[in-house]
Design a protein around this ligand. Sequence first.
Ligand SMILES: C[S@@+](CC[C@H](N)C(=O)[O-])C[C@H]1O[C@@H](n2cnc3c(N)ncnc32)[C@H](O)[C@@H]1O
Length: 235
Amino acid sequence: MSKEGQQMNTDMDNETIAKAYARWAPVYDLVFGAVFERGRAAAIAAAERIGGRVLEVGVGTGISLPDYARTTRVYGVDISEPMLRKARERVTELRLTNVEGLSVMDAADLTFPDASFDVIVAQYVITTVPDPEAALDEFARVLKPGGEIVLMSRVGAEDGLRRTLEHWFSPVACRLGWRSEFSWQRYARWAAATPGMSLVERRAMPPFGHFCLIRFAKAAAEDAATDIEPAAAVA
Ligand SMILES: C[S@@+](CC[C@H](N)C(=O)[O-])C[C@H]1O[C@@H](n2cnc3c(N)ncnc32)[C@H](O)[C@@H]1O
């Protein structure tokens, strides 16, 4: 677990989250379908600008899968088998032949080799995983140089009434399967501490601008090579 995770994430664990989403699975699309539609469309548009092979982490019921171009290869993973069962039904029903696979997997412990994907997409997921920084590390690892991490995610208020409400709602939110408090600083600190990764976009999204499209780019191989200290490069 990351240092940040050890300090800040004693509130949630994978078992609790998996149980929460097993309860959500039958009604998830009804409750969270329309409300997050615009956010999903923006994340997929960003992913498709890169194209190639996409890993969608926390794919859930596969609600976003029909929105990818059929030329985009997508692999979906999620911690919740009941959510994935819905995704499998959707893939079969809609004959989404571009979906390579759907597997139960922990965002913070991906089983793919390094540099396997052109884009990593995680929509409404980062604030639900017990150790978000460890998950982001895994995203960066399995991402190819020149690729992007595309997040659609909650960003908590820094101060004011919304900050107070988010703090007050926090224990209920954890039981429901997400964090209500999640500061922008956590994303910023992660990017600053992760070699080769840089923030390329932060765009407020509905509902109420409480969510953001966040894009991190991984330096292309040639950029990474020019970052090497001259002495190390000739060693
Ligand atoms: C709020 S739902 C988002 C589902 C979908 N991405 C969407 O756009 O509606 C969060 C999803 O993240 C999954 N999840 C939570 N923690 C996870 C983890 N550690 N690894 C993989 N998936 C996780 C949950 O099971 C759930 O399906």
